[in-house]
Design a protein around this ligand. Sequence first.
Ligand SMILES: [Zn+2]
Length: 407
Amino acid sequence: MKTIIFLLLIVMVSVMLMGATAEVTVSIISPSGDVVEVTPETTHAYDDETMQDSAYNAAAAQSITPSALGVGLAGQENSYWVTPMDIRDEAAVWAMLMAPITVVDIDQKLQVQLRREPSDDSEAVADVTGTSQGVHVLETLDNGWSLVEVYSSSFHDSKVKAWNQLTQGYIKTSLLKTREVGNRQYGMVVDKLTQRLYIFKEGKLFAELLISTGLPNERQPYNETRSGEFLLVSAVGQFRSDNMLSNYAFRFNFGDLIHEVPHVLNADGGANYKYTEPKLGERASHGCIRVQRLRNPDGINMRWIWNELYKGIAQNPVKFVIWEDVMGRQIPLPDADTPLYYNANGGQNYHSAPSCYGVRDEFLPMTQFTYAQLEDSEHKSLTPCPYCAPVRRESEIEAINALHRPE
Ligand SMILES: [Zn+2]
């Protein structure tokens, strides 16, 4: 039986590798009007026959779990691997964010390689980061090894070069440790499909912020942010990369941090965000997760997150989950009566709330309308506010969904 499973794994890994060489790049127009090159995921196979139906099924799109993309074995109850990637199901997402996580018990700046067979001499098939990266335990063998599944955390200098590939492999069971999530108040979800960060507080979706995850290209495939479940394990603070400075950084996966959108310094010493901030809401980084600096209507931004979480994070890490934008996933359309707002005295943006830090007090509160009216002549030219992250226009959602719709 083990031999059969193993042969199956080899076939699956081969299919994944073949898929990786057949990438297609597609250009779409971003909300800011830029043409963005997007490489759709082509490397995931589906066991679930409903996903292969030519008639596309919206309910199926909301029920895809990370483990359905792998060998399909169930993981621990409520774990990342068995929870559907649907942000609207607050109870399921919260249960996932509070569920225990199995990590590799080595330093947070060290990695270990998964092996194709349960032996130190066997070929390395994936990189896994210590302390912070969760692994999906598929089988614990009685020879001291476990079969696990992860999105490989290969960085630019990796010898394995399995860039964010969902991969199965063997690791010594003695290296694994299952731990409770220390912070019971907050948890966070990053969704590559929507390019948003979702902050959960005490069981409820508390804030939604604009982000940029990694933008890979042919030369730098390692720019893709590695998906999976993680812990925010340390507060890094400010750091410099080339000529850019980034504030309020937390580490969640070795070289991958979450931090404020980077800035350069003007000649007068002032911070300049104009090269990076307009790209929030789409892929743009080298792998880190950039979060908006501008305050949402509740005053939430990356600085707020830092102030709320940095104390005690090493002792009580926060669960931090990244959803892959796999083929088959779709962004649901907002309800037609979703309220939106604009400043009827010449405002350029549409907003998600009646008051917004992007609008001067004299224009508050703003005029309400509905999502169904967003395409009316009066609202057609409004652009989304960068402070309050309103829902996307239907045409923009459709452009993203079309790239992720199965044939
Ligand atoms: Zn706004």
